[in-house]
Design a protein around this ligand. Sequence first.
Ligand code: C2E
Ligand code: CA
Ligand code: CA
Ligand code: CA
Length: 279
Amino acid sequence: YAKAQNNQYQLYSPELAVLEAEKQLMQSQLALALERQEFQVYYQPQVNLITGRIIGAEALLRWNHPTHGLINPDVFLANAEDPATELAIGRWALETACRQATVWQSAMALPLRLAINVSTHQFQQENLVTTVTNTLQQTGLSADVLVLELTEACAMSAVELTVLKLKELKAIGVQIALDDFGTGFSSLNYLKRFPLDSLKIDKSFIQNMMTDTDDAAIAKMIIAVGQSLQLKVIAEGVETVAQFNFLRQSGCHAMQGSLFSTPLSGTELQELLAADKRF
Ligand code: C2E
Ligand code: CA
Ligand code: CA
Ligand code: CA
C-alpha cells in the first residue's frame, strides 16, 4: 500500500509540479512575447450552410513560442496573471485582425465578417467602446464587418452593465455574437434584452451530438431560441458530415469546424477566398 502510494507520488506529483512551473514561466514571458512579436492571429472560416460559401472568419490567437511552438490561448490566456499584459495582447489581436480584414476586403470586395473574441476583462474595461472605435478608424475597417464574440458567462455576470455596453457597441455599428451559448445560465428574459446578432453553439454540445440525445436536444433548442429571437445561429467544432447534416436539417445558419477548415493564416484564408472555395 505504501509502495502504491509512493508510486502514485512518483507518477503524478512531479509532472504536476513541472506543469505548474511551466505555466508560471509562460505567464512571466507574456509581456516579452508581445514585445518580440511572438503572437499570431489565425482565422477559422465560417461557412454558410445553404450556399457552402465562406461568409466570415473567427480570429483565434496563437503564441508562437520559441521552444514550445504554437500554443493555444486556453493555455496562456485563460488564467493570465498580468491583467495589463492580457489587455495589451487583446488590443494587439483586435488591431491585427482588423488590419487583415481590410486586406481581404480590398482584394475580394466581399462582405466577409471578422469575428473576434472579447474576454470578460476586456469587456469590463470602461474604454472598450473607445478602443474598438479607434481601432476601426486606424485600420480603416468598416464597423459592420466586425463581430465581437462575448461569452454567455461574461454577458450574464452583470446583466445591466451588459445591456448598456452592448447598446453602446451596437451604436458604433459592430455586431454582437453570444459565444459558448448553452454553457451558462441565460434566461430568455435577459437574452431578449441584449441587442444580439447571433448565438454560437459551443463545441461541447456538437462533439457528442450524434450519440448523446441530450446534446442533440440542446443544439436543437439553441437553434429554436435563435429562431424565436431572430438571431443567426452558428455552430462551432463541426467535425463530421453527420453533425453537419443534423445541424442543417435543424435550421442552423452557419458553421465552423475541422470538417471545413482548421484555423488558417491570413494568407491561407485569402487563397481560399480568391479561389471562391465552396464547401
Ligand atoms: P472559442 O471562442 O470557443 O473558440 C473555438 C475553439 O474551438 C477554438 O479553440 C478553435 O480552434 C476550436 N475549434 C474549431 N473547430 C474545431 C473542431 O472542429 N474541433 C475541435 N476540437 N476544436 C475546434 P482555440 O483556438 O484553442 O481557442 C480557445 C479559446 O481561446 C477560444 O474559444 C476563445 O475563448 C479564446 N480565444 C481565442 N482567441 C482569443 C483572443 O484573441 N482573445 C480572447 N480574449 N480570447 C481568445
Ligand atoms: Ca469564440
Ligand atoms: Ca443555459
Ligand atoms: Ca466555444
